[in-house]
Design a protein around this ligand. Structure first.
Ligand code: FE2
Length: 448
């Protein structure tokens, strides 16, 4: 793009053919923001479909479908949403995004790792069906080019055009397993924050975020609360920007005392208080927390005696998890459902006040989505699954295939269909239901 301001017109219609235009207007795409535009359209009708498109010069965009949320507190019978994440361009085709598009969800939750920052052929897992362009991303231009490459994928375009996205980031939008201002390479924090600022700006430019998320230096406020009638109260969390550094040097650890230090935080004090206030006022049927790393305990002692717990997850921030679960219990926030991603495996888990005691109270359920493509084709179950399942009876479903979760919320139940694809190294594979778990309203815990 030339470094000049470009006028962009937009239209929002009540029908796919734009016969009935609800709103139209003009805005400017500035080179300072990578020629992105962020239009916030006010005054639309609640709980209905709209279609939108853009025009710049002689170019008209494809048409996207949006769906407004039902009015806060209104009676809603049913909401369907997808939970997905971890779309590694090199390690697999984005077929799962195509299957999401075909389901025309009310909205799509993305739990992060929308891009991977690695250089060409830098996939962690040695799988490469296609290549990143360029080196590892460090600068604003690097990150912009990476988004441009990902967003040229026809399956991803189709997913965005099918439904609104509720996005949140994990680590790879910046750098693997970073924590706050600490990266994996021992870079001085003030230098890493320059990289983080570039990555956050590119994220803002390329994602459907409101002006309230406009980056301020190296910070960007990502946590936010969304309501869907009287059915869902959704808190979107950010478990990367404000967290303490991983305990005991990260990795998998046994007997890491620092993981039990109550001074360490996953959300940061301000976001934690904001969430705890949300929980005290949650009144919809389902209290949903969308975040990145799994919150349940995953004890791997049988497969790795010296690496029982992953320090990057809530297992490395045990008092922070205890504070969250205690708060869920004390506020009686209705029917808690925690969403997560990051690990490239599906899990459905009961959330226990004390994971070391199977008889301990169940205070909610967690649904962890596998990856869109990261890790390649995968396998029916992970290599360590047979060893770890006995030590983790709260885990009720597991798959090591690629895919997403299709959730259906009604006043009576939250149903999770774990969708899987048998291959992402061959194009256009079908999707199937690998397993289904249901939470009945008023009964904590997952039913098969
Ligand atoms: Fe990932």
């Amino acid at each position: 793009m030339p470094p000049v301001r470009i006028d962009v017109e937009y239209e929002v219609a009540r029908d796919r053919l734009f016969r009935n235009i609800e709103r139209k207007g003009a805005t400017a795409a500035h080179p300072e923001l990578g020629h992105s535009v962020h239009v916030e359209v006010e005054g639309l009708e609640s709980g209905r479909d709209y279609w939108y498109r853009f025009r710049a010069g002689d170019e008209i965009s494809q048409t996207g479908r949006a769906r407004t949320a039902p009015a806060t507190g209104s009676t809603v019978d049913r909401v369907r949403f997808a939970v997905c994440g971890c779309s590694h361009y090199e390690e697999g085709l984005f077929t799962a995004y195509r299957r999401i598009a075909e389901e025309a969800f009310d909205f799509v939750i993305h739990t992060g790792d929308y891009i991977y920052e690695y250089r060409a052929d830098g996939g962690q897992d040695g799988i490469s069906v296609r290549q990143h362009r360029g080196n590892e991303s460090y600068t604003l231009v690097d990150y912009r080019n990476r988004y441009a490459q990902y967003k040229s994928d026809a399956n991803l375009i189709a997913a965005h055009a099918s439904a609104p996205f509720v996005v949140s980031w994990d680590d790879h939008e910046v750098e693997n397993n970073y924590a706050g201002d600490i990266d994996e390479k021992g870079t001085p924090p003030e230098l890493f924050l320059l990289r983080r600022a570039a990555a956050y700006q590119a994220y803002y430019e390329h994602m459907p975020l409101r002006a309230s998320a406009f980056p301020a230096g190296s910070q960007l406020r990502l946590h936010r609360r969304l309501r869907f009638g009287n059915l869902i109260d959704l808190s979107v969390l950010d478990t990367r920007q404000w967290r303490s550094d991983q305990a005991c040097g990260d990795g998998n650890r046994t007997d890491c005392a620092a993981a039990l230090d109550p001074a360490r935080t996953m959300l940061g004090a301000e976001q934690e208080q904001w969430l705890f206030d949300n929980l005290a006022t949650a009144s919809a049927r389902w209290t949903v927390l969308s975040q990145q790393v799994y919150s349940f305990a995953r004890d791997m002692r049988a497969s790795d005696p010296t690496g029982r717990f992953s320090m990057d997850k809530w297992d490395g921030y045990v008092p922070a998890r205890d504070r969250l679960y205690s708060r869920l219990r004390e506020t009686r926030a209705p029917n808690p459902i925690v969403l997560s991603g990051d690990v490239h495996q599906h899990f459905g888990a009961d959330l226990k006040l004390d994971f070391s005691n199977p008889k301990s109270e169940t205070i909610g359920a967690e649904l962890t989505n596998t990856s869109i493509s990261a890790g390649g084709d995968g396998s029916d179950v992970a290599l360590n699954w047979d060893q770890i399942k006995g030590d983790n009876p709260h885990i009720r479903y597991h798959s090591n295939r690629r895919g997403y979760i299709a959730c259906t919320a009604t006043p009576e139940s939250m149903r999770a269909d774990f969708k899987v694809l048998d291959a992402v190294t061959r194009p256009d594979q079908p999707v199937r239901v690998g397993g289904t778990l249901v939470v009945e309203a008023g009964k904590a815990g997952l039913q098969t």
